[in-house]
Ligand binder design. Structure first.
Ligand code: ADP
Ligand code: MG
Length: 739
C-alpha cells in the first residue's frame, strides 16, 4: 500500500502583458511559492485585508510552459504507476477559460498543443512496444456529467444533436458499496490510433452536445478513463488499474464583489456539484470527520476512490492572472491547499484470474496425457484423412498469425500429426522464399540473411505492415491531391455563387455583410467579426482554420477505423443535407465572411506540407527496402559464385564471409538502420496527420454551430428589423470569463 497525499500543481495561463500581480519563488524549500499581490486601493475592504496571498505547490508551471513539460511532470509518474497496477487520477480545477481543457485535452489549433490525454495514449502504446515481455490491454470510456446526469460520449450509434440524445449513464451501488456506472460503454483500443479515435469521437460528441442553453463546456465535468491490465505470459496474475483524466466544470462563483478573505468564503459556486466536491474535500481534510458525503453528487461518487481512497491523485490548479481574475485564482489556490491535505491509500490491484488458472491447468492435463502416450509408445499407424490434414493446415496458419508470443499448436502426441505440421511449415517457408527474393538455391537456402521483417524490430511482420502502410498513405496522398484540386475549383465557384446569393439576399431585404468596408458591425455580420463577442471570436479563431477544406473529414471517414469516426461524419453530412438551397447559399457567404482566412491557409498548407513529407518518407521507406533486397541478392550471388569456385577448384566452401561479403553485410545493416528510422518517423507523422484532421473536423463543427446561431439571428432580424436585436445570450461574455 502506498500512502500519499494528493499532489497539487499550478499552471498559469499566458497573459498578453505583464500584470505584476503575482510572483513565483522557486527557491523556497517545501515547494515553490506562488504569491498574488492585490493593491490595497483595489480591494474594497480596508481592514484586515491581506495584500499578499501565498500558496505552496509541488510545482508551478509558469505562463510559457510547454504541454510536453506539463505531461512529463504531472502525468508521466501517474501513468507509470497505472501501468504497474495503481489507480490514478489527474484532475484540472479552475475558473472557465483558465486552461483546464487546454491542459487535459489540448489546444484546438496546433499538434504541439495536444494535452495530457493524447500524450498519455501515445506514451502507453510506446511503453507496451518497449516491454513485449508483458501482455497489456487498454480500454477506454468517456463520461460527461451535466446537471447530475451522466452521458456516454463514446456511443457510436447515436446521432446526437444534443446532450440528451446520448445514452444516459446511471450510478449503481453493489452490496459492498462499490460504485458501478450502468450504461457507460467501455471500448478496447488495440493501438494508439484506435485509442485516439475514441478520444476524437468523444470530443466531437462533447462539442455537438454543447448548446448555448446548456453551456456544457463550462458547466459539465468530463471524465476520460483508461482501464489497463498487465499480465506476464504464462502467469495467471493480472494487474488492473484505472486512470481518470478529469476536466472539471468551471469553478467560478457568484457573490464576489471584491477581493478579500471574508467575501470569497461567502461566494457560492455556480456549479452545485463543485460545492459538493468542496464539502468532500473539507470533510477529508478534517481528521475528526468519519462521514464523507460522497453521495451528494454524481461526480463525487464517480471520483470517490480518487478522493481519499485507493488511488494516486494529482490536481492541476489552472489560474489566470489578469486583474479581474485574480480573486478567482486565489480561490482556486485556496481550494488546492485543502486538497493537498488529503491522504490516499493506493493499493496494488493484483489478482489471480480463475479463468486463466483453469485454462492453464487444462493445458497441463493435455500435455501430461500426451507425454504419457508418447512414453507408452501407443501410436496410431493409419494415414491421416484429408479432413485431418485440412484441419492441421488451418491450425498451423492460425498459429503463425497469432501475435501472442505464448501461442501454442496443440496437435496432441500423435507423431503423424506432428510430422504433417512440420511438412506444412516447410512448405510455407519454401513458398515464402520463392515469392520473396525470387532466388531459390538449395545449397544457399539456409544461409540466407534474415529478411528485414525478421529482425528489424519493427513489431510483428512489419515488412508487410510497412508496405501496407505505405500503400495506404500513398492512396491517401492521391486522394488529398484530388481533393485539393476539387477544393480550388470549389473556391472559385463559391466566390461567384456567394456574390449572386448576396445580391439575392439584398433583394429580399435581408441585411448582411459581404466584404470589407461595409457595415463593420452591422446586425447581419457573422459573429466572428463582432469585436464585443470576444469569447466566441477566440473560439472561432481556433476552429475555423479549415472552413474551406471541408472534404477532408469526408474522406477521413473512409480511412479511419469504423465505427468510431463514422457516426460524427454521418451527422455532419446530415446537418448539411437538411439545408435548403437558400440557407446553403447563406452558409457559403457565412463561410467566406468567417474571419482569419490567413489561419485557414496556414493550416491548409501545414497539412499539405505534412502530406508531402509523408509521401517523401513513404518513398524513402520503399527505396530502402528495395536497396536491402538488392544487397541481399548481391550477397547470395557472391556466395553462389564462391561456392561454384570452390567446387571447380576442389577446395571446398568456407562458411566464413570473405571481405567483400562483410562489406556487403555492413551495407545492408546500415540500410536497415535507416529503414527503421524512416519507418518510425512515418508512423509518428501519421499520428500527427490524423490529429490535425481531427482538429479540422472540430473546426468545421464549430463553424456550423456558429452558423446556426447566426442564421437564427438573421431570421429574427429579417422579421423584426427594428430595434436591433440583442445577440443570443451565449454570445455575451459570461460575468466571470477572462478575455
Ligand atoms: P477552460 O477549459 O478552463 O474553460 P480552455 O482550456 O478552454 O479553458 O482555455 C481557454 C482559452 O485559452 C483557449 O483558447 C485555450 O486554447 C487558451 N489557453 C489556455 N491555456 C493555455 C496555455 N497554457 N497556453 C496557450 N493557450 C492557452
Ligand atoms: Mg473547458
Amino acid at each position: 500500500m502506498v500512502k500519499q497525499t494528493i499532489k497539487i500543481f499550478c499552471r498559469v495561463k499566458p497573459t498578453k502583458g505583464k500584470t505584476g500581480l503575482y510572483e513565483v519563488d522557486e527557491e523556497e524549500s517545501g515547494g515553490p511559492k506562488l504569491s498574488f499581490f492585490v493593491p490595497k486601493d483595489q480591494s474594497q475592504i480596508v481592514n484586515n485585508t491581506k495584500e499578499e496571498y501565498n500558496f505552496r505547490f509541488q510545482r508551478v508551471f509558469e505562463q510559457q510552459t510547454k504541454q510536453e513539460e506539463v505531461f512529463e511532470h504531472v502525468a508521466q509518474p501517474v501513468v507509470d504507476n497505472a501501468i504497474s497496477g495503481y489507480n490514478g487520477t489527474i484532475f484540472a480545477y479552475g475558473q472557465t477559460g483558465s486552461g483546464k481543457t487546454f491542459t487535459i485535452t489540448g489546444g484546438a489549433e496546433r499538434y504541439a498543443d495536444r494535452g495530457i490525454i493524447p500524450r498519455t495514449l501515445s506514451y502507453l502504446f510506446e511503453y507496451y512496444e518497449k516491454h513485449p515481455e508483458f501482455t497489456y490491454t487498454t480500454h477506454v470510456s468517456y463520461l460527461e456529467i451535466y446537471n447530475e446526469s451522466g452521458y456516454d460520449l463514446l456511443d457510436p450509434k447515436h446521432e446526437a444533436a444534443k446532450l440528451e440524445d446520448l445514452p444516459k449513464v446511471s450510478l449503481m451501488e453493489d452490496t459492498d458499496q462499490n460504485i458501478h456506472l450502468k450504461n457507460l460503454s467501455v471500448h478496447q483500443a488495440m493501438n494508439e490510433e484506435e485509442a485516439l479515435n475514441l478520444l476524437f469521437l468523444g470530443d466531437t460528441n462533447r462539442m455537438i452536445a454543447e448548446t448555448p442553453m446548456n453551456q456544457a463546456s463550462t458547466r459539465s465535468h468530463c471524465i476520460f478513463t483508461i482501464h489497463l491490465t498487465a499480465r506476464e505470459p504464462g502467469s495467471a496474475t493480472i494487474r488492473r488499474s484505472k486512470l481518470h483524466l478529469v476536466d472539471l466544470a468551471g469553478s467560478e462563483r457568484v457573490g464576489k464583489t471584491g477581493v478579500g478573505g471574508t467575501l470569497l468564503a461567502e461566494a457560492k459556486y455556480i456549479n452545485l456539484s463543485l460545492h459538493y466536491l468542496e464539502q468532500v474535500i473539507v470533510a477529508l481534510s478534517e481528521k475528526s470527520r468519519s462521514h464523507i458525503p460522497y453521495r451528494n453528487s454524481m461526480m463525487t461518487s464517480v471520483l470517490r476512490d480518487s478522493l481519499g481512497g485507493n488511488c494516486m491523485t494529482t490536481m492541476i490548479a489552472t489560474c489566470s492572472v489578469e486583474k479581474k481574475n485574480i480573486d478567482e485564482s486565489i480561490s482556486t489556490c485556496r481550494f488546492a491547499q485543502r486538497v493537498a491535505l488529503i491522504k490516499n491509500d493506493a493499493l496494488l490491484n493484483e489478482e489471480v484470474d480463475p479463468k486463466l488458472m483453469v485454462l492453464r491447468l487444462k493445458k497441463e492435463i493435455v500435455e501430461l496425457k500426451d507425454q504419457l502416450s508418447l512414453a507408452t509408445g501407443e501410436q496410431p499407424t493409419d494415414d491421416l484423412s484429408g479432413e485431418d490434414m485440412d484441419r492441421l493446415h488451418q491450425m498451423v496458419k492460425g498459429y503463425i498469425e497469432d501475435t501472442d508470443p505464448d501461442a501454442t499448436l496443440p496437435v496432441g502426441a500423435d507423431m503423424r500429426k506432428i510430422n504433417e505440421c512440420f511438412r506444412i511449415f516447410k512448405r510455407l517457408v519454401l513458398e515464402r522464399h520463392a515469392g520473396k527474393a525470387g532466388v531459390t538455391n538449395g545449397a544457399l537456402e539456409e544461409e540466407e540473411e534474415p529478411s528485414v521483417s525478421e529482425d528489424s524490430g519493427l513489431g510483428s511482420a512489419p515488412s508487410t505492415a510497412g508496405s501496407a502502410e505505405v500503400k495506404k498513405l500513398k492512396d491517401l496522398l492521391q486522394q488529398r491531391d484530388n481533393e485539393i484540386n476539387i477544393l480550388v475549383n470549389m473556391l472559385k465557384k463559391e466566390k461567384k455563387r456567394a456574390q449572386d446569393a448576396a445580391l439575392l439576399l439584398e433583394e429580399r431585404g435581408i441585411p448582411f455583410h459581404t466584404g470589407e468596408g461595409t457595415q463593420p458591425n452591422g446586425p447581419g455580420r457573422p459573429p466572428s467579426s463582432r469585436s464585443k463577442h470576444r469569447n466566441r471570436e477566440e473560439r472561432s479563431r481556433e476552429s475555423v482554420s479549415v472552413s474551406r477544406s471541408l472534404s477532408h473529414s469526408e474522406s477521413r471517414e473512409k480511412e479511419t477505423t469504423p465505427p468510431y469516426s463514422q457516426s460524427t461524419t454521418v451527422r455532419l453530412r446530415k446537418i448539411g443535407g437538411e439545408m435548403s438551397v437558400g440557407r446553403q447559399e447563406a452558409f457559403e457567404i457565412f463561410k467566406r465572411d468567417y474571419e482569419h482566412s490567413v489561419t485557414i491557409d496556414d493550416q491548409k498548407s501545414l497539412l499539405k506540407q505534412r502530406y508531402s513529407e509523408a509521401k517523401q518518407l513513404g518513398e524513402k521507406v520503399n527505396s530502402s527496402r528495395a536497396q536491402i533486397n538488392h544487397v541481399k541478392s548481391l550477397i547470395q550471388q557472391h556466395r553462389m559464385a564462391r561456392a561454384a569456385q570452390g567446387i571447380s577448384e576442389n577446395v571446398g566452401f568456407s562458411e566464413e564471409p570473405d571481405e567483400e561479403e562483410q562489406h556487403l553485410r555492413q551495407q545492408m545493416e546500415d540500410e536497415k538502420d535507416s529503414y527503421k528510422v524512416t519507418y518510425n518517423r512515418l508512423r509518428v507523422l501519421k499520428t500527427e496527420i490524423e490529429h490535425l484532421q481531427h482538429l479540422l473536423e472540430k473546426a468545421r463543427l464549430q463553424m456550423q454551430k456558429d452558423f446556426e446561431l447566426w442564421w437564427a439571428e438573421q431570421t429574427v432580424n429579417a422579421h423584426a428589423p427594428k430595434p436591433p436585436q440583442e445577440p443570443p445570450a451565449a454570445w455575451k461574455t459570461p460575468p466571470h470569463l477572462p478575455p
